[in-house]
Design a protein around this ligand. Structure first.
Ligand code: MG
Length: 102
C-alpha cells in the first residue's frame, strides 16, 4: 500500500469535508436515513460522471468522476461524525434519564 498516495487522497477528502461543512454547517443533525439519501445522491453523481464520460458526453470527464468520488468519501466521513455525536448524546441522555429521541 502506498501510504504517501493514501495521505494525499485523505487530505483531498479533508478539504472537501471542510468545504461541505462551510456550506451545510457543522452539525446538520440528519437522521441516518437522511444521510443515506444524501450519500446516494452523491453516488449518483459518480455514476453520472462515469456514464457520461464512457459515452463521450460533452463536458464529462474522468477528472469529474474522481472529483465526485472525493465528495462521496467526504459525505461518508460526515456521516460517521454525525453518528458518533448522536450516539454519544444518546448514551449521555440515557445516563441522565432523558429521552434520547423526543
Ligand atoms: Mg457530488
Amino acid at each position: 500500500m502506498d501510504f504517501i498516495k493514501t495521505t494525499g487522497v485523505l487530505n483531498e477528502v479533508l478539504s472537501e469535508r471542510e468545504r461541505q461543512e462551510k456550506l451545510h454547517g457543522v452539525d446538520p443533525k440528519h437522521t441516518p436515513e437522511t444521510w443515506l439519501m444524501i450519500l446516494g445522491e452523491e453516488v449518483g453523481e459518480v455514476n453520472k460522471a462515469a456514464l457520461e464520460t464512457r459515452f463521450g458526453v460533452e463536458g464529462a470527464s474522468w477528472e469529474q468522476y474522481r472529483h465526485e468520488l472525493v465528495q462521496v468519501a467526504a459525505v461518508a466521513v460526515a456521516m460517521i461524525e454525525s453518528f458518533d455525536r448522536q450516539y454519544q448524546a444518546a448514551v449521555a441522555n440515557e445516563f441522565l434519564g432523558i429521552e434520547a429521541y423526543p
